[in-house]
Design a protein around this ligand. Structure first.
Ligand SMILES: *Cc1c(COP(=O)(O)O)cnc(C)c1O
Length: 366
């Protein structure tokens, strides 16, 4: 079966391999069958092993996009008596605050620049001043809003020093940037099936320290569907999710995991980094600039300042590139006119070169 290959330069869902696409074409199966349960168990084990030791960490799957996982994590982990410090340096940090607002979860917002790294000394001052009330700290690893990479190792050290449970949204870093949860002192980490893991959309998962996960039994959950402990406990007992999973997405994820095992996270990070370097070089050659200093970037997504040329329009540029097989993404930050290019998925530097050639073509039409 031939399937047209599009180059997605949006930050997920990402371009997938032909084999991942085809892995969804399977005989119909009831997801409550043991055969399917065993497959999910394997998938969970592998998802843990990319970032932690399966002896001490667990993976809990949810049907839903990445935000479902973030919502499950925040609403299940932060109890009635708890208070979380949320580092907000982009749209996704802000989203965590918005989720807490909806559920009435108590939080302290630590606002930081969208483009400059978090000032660790200032952050520590705020933590120290609120140490009486704080129990948890949460941040985004790769702020997809701009491509700013947060230093989770240093934040994890602060968490440890102040005895705060550390929660990380690693949606756009997991599987693309090496992570060691134990070494980084991360208790809960959330990601999804359709970004750097290069699977299909529809699944979100929370990877958690088992002892801490089990201790959630004592906490009153705030959501019925997105209850982390209930989902874990039910799976341990039945090898089933509580509610219908996106069956074919699980098969695609299993195949995507096999492909990641072959490439390794380290290898994938190198491939993404190479694409990103080619992108930055090409952008500079076209006279364009990017928003975040090179050394603070994630190598996953780049925010590019729009050209100040008569006749330029993002919509027209998008359409020009879309017609040629490249999907680009608008900017997401208020003060600067930008667009974004992600280099994740089953693409490499040659695809980025192809994109740069078409981008040059568009700029020449102006
Ligand atoms: C993509 C993403 C999410 C989740 O987005 P969904 O559209 O719900 O899948 C959350 N956080 C970050 C940092 C992301 O990049």
């Amino acid at each position: 079966m031939e399937v047209k290959r599009n180059i997605l330069l949006n930050p997920g869902p990402a371009t997938t391999t032909h084999t991942v696409k085809l892995a969804q074409v399977v005989p119909d199966i009831c997801p409550r069958e043991l055969e399917f349960g065993k497959m999910m168990e394997e998938v969970c084990k592998d998802l843990v092993q990319f970032v932690a030791d399966y002896e001490t960490y667990e993976c809990v799957l949810f049907g839903g996009s990445g935000t479902a996982g973030v919502e499950a994590m925040l609403t299940s982990v932060i109890g009635e008596e708890d208070c979380v410090l949320i580092i907000n340096n982009g749209a996704y940090g802000k989203r965590m605050c918005e989720i807490c607002d909806v559920y009435g979860i108590s939080y302290v917002e630590y606002k930081s620049s969208n483009i400059e790294p978090v000032n660790m000394a200032k952050l520590e001052e705020v933590i120290a001043s609120k140490r009486e009330i704080l129990t948890h700290i949460a941040c985004i690893h790769n702020e997809t809003t701009t491509g700013l990479l947060n230093d989770v190792t240093s934040i994890g050290q602060l968490a440890k020093a102040y005895q705060l449970t550390f929660l990380v949204d690693a949606m756009s870093s997991y599987a693309g940037i090496p992570i060691d949860m134990e070494q980084m002192n991360i208790s809960y980490l959330v990601a999804s099936s359709n970004k750097n893991i290069q699977g299909m959309a529809g699944l979100s998962f929370v990877i958690a320290n088992r002892d801490q996960l089990v201790s959630l039994k004592e906490k009153k959950a705030r959501s019925f569907y997105l209850n982390l402990y209930a989902q874990y406990d039910y799976f341990v007992k039945t090898k089933q999710l509580r509610f219908t999973p996106p069956v074919q997405t699980v098969y695609a994820l299993k195949q995507a995991i096999e492909e990641l095992k072959r490439e390794t996270v380290e290898g994938r990070y190198k491939r993404y980094t190479k694409s990103w370097e080619v992108l930055l070089e090409g952008i500079e050659q076209l006279g364009l600039t990017y928003l975040v200093e090179k050394e603070n970037q994630s190598h996953i997504i780049t925010t590019i300042v729009e050209p100040e040329v008569e006749g330029y329009s993002f919509e027209e540029m998008h359409q020009y590139l879309y017609d040629r097989g490249y999907t680009i993404y608008p900017g997401k930050i208020g003060e600067a006119n930008t667009f974004r290019i992600a280099n994740i998925g089953a693409i490499d530097e040659h695809d980025i070169k192809g994109f740069l050639k078409e981008l040059k073509g568009y700029l020449q039409t102006l």
